[in-house]
Design a protein around this ligand. Sequence first.
Ligand SMILES: Nc1nc2c(c(=O)[nH]1)N[C@H]1C(S)=C(S)[C@@H](COP(=O)(O)OP(=O)(O)OC[C@H]3O[C@@H](n4cnc5c(N)ncnc54)[C@H](O)[C@@H]3O)O[C@H]1N2
Ligand code: MOO
Length: 426
Amino acid sequence: MRPVAEHAAAVAALFAPTATEWVPLAEARGRVLAQDLVAPHPLPPFANSAMDGYAVRSADLAAVSVELPIELPVAADLPAGRTDGPALAPGTAHRIMTGAAMPDGADAVVQVEWTDGGTERVRVDRAVEAGQNVRGAGGDVTAGEVVLEAGTLLGPAQVGLAAAIGSGTLPVRRRPRVLVLSTGSELVAPGEPLRHGQIHESNGPMLAAAVDDAGGRAELLRFVPDDVEQFVRTLDDALAARADDPVDLVMTSGGVSAGAYEVVKDAFSRTRSDEGSTPTGEPDRREGRGVTFTKVAMQPGMPQGLGHHAGPTGEVAVVTLPGNPVSSLVSFEVFVRPALRAAFGHPQPERPRVRARLAEALDKPAGRRQFRRGRIDAVAGTVAPVGGAGSHLLAALARADCLIVVDEQVTHVDAGETAEVWLLDG
Ligand SMILES: Nc1nc2c(c(=O)[nH]1)N[C@H]1C(S)=C(S)[C@@H](COP(=O)(O)OP(=O)(O)OC[C@H]3O[C@@H](n4cnc5c(N)ncnc54)[C@H](O)[C@@H]3O)O[C@H]1N2
Ligand code: MOO
């Protein structure tokens, strides 16, 4: 069986780094900056007041104390946003609000609490030092400074900074576009009634959510039954309809194990053997490198496939995930998520990994790396398995907040021993 790391590297190699696109600030969160962002002006752009109060010359107040207050005429009112504030004459004060530009001639602000709050004249009973309560121009950012480097993940603070320097749009790496296609004749759309032998289609919505959550752009296609013709037609129609904005990956679920009706395996094996020419002698547009199916030494997620499908608009990368719901999502976590994030330059493609003590013993077969679902207690430094190893246990997966990784050769881990844990909330 193929080692997990080898398959992960092969999946990563399917992705090309995504191009740059410009997006409005409102769409920038979670994206990766494609170019250094340079401030065209300083921050703050002008010296301004840090307090509601009175702009003064500190020299005028040098001798002031509670016992010896001073009274100054209030010569102007400076709310934040006033663009034509007059200069301050010696021996006068301007009423000023937080964020308003400091008038020429003033070098300090007396906060309103240290005054009688007058509007015509103001009594001040505390001295201030030059620069007190003044936020200097460029105190945060200087003009020409790189405020955010290419490769930065844009969160709320970074979006705020970009807005503050006046950027309305930002150059970011394009989100990889992923088509999700589930297969299985037993599948029924959620919301529709089930007959005996049928189940609701859960992998498609789950994997589409996982793609979006990873920072990609998922498009969930209508699932198909175990019918090769229908599978290929659905996929090729979807690819043809997206000729102007090509997809980065086709991700399928189901139909890859050892049964009699393995639609994904059959479909991609067929398109591969179609290489050559069509009956009319035209070159076959399906000619391509094909999809290879393999067993990976992991549990869940053993049957895997990857490669390229020669669709109507050219070659497109393909990853085929196993149909069992837990296998499907765990395979996505192990192989697709890190590759997808690396493709758009995410600074942390992989889930945060920690070590934690097992709250109970675990047994597993030798030969496959096991990814058990768990709940972590970060304060206690312990992790408890949730549910068993079965790859149909979707409810346990939904209760889990981490994966517990137990290496191939290990068959037993005692309670209290440490294990590697991947944090799914990170
Ligand atoms: N004889 C063997 N049988 C199986 C093997 C094997 O090596 N030899 N491998 C097992 C393992 S491990 C896995 S994992 C599964 C993988 O099977 P497929 O990828 O072919 O998936 P299906 O057979 O189509 O479905 C498996 C299981 O999952 C359910 N399923 C499928 N798609 C969905 C969906 N979109 N939403 C919800 N549930 C879905 C399906 O009903 C099956 O119960 O094969 C084992 N068998
Ligand atoms: O490998 Mo399957 O993915 O165990 O259930």
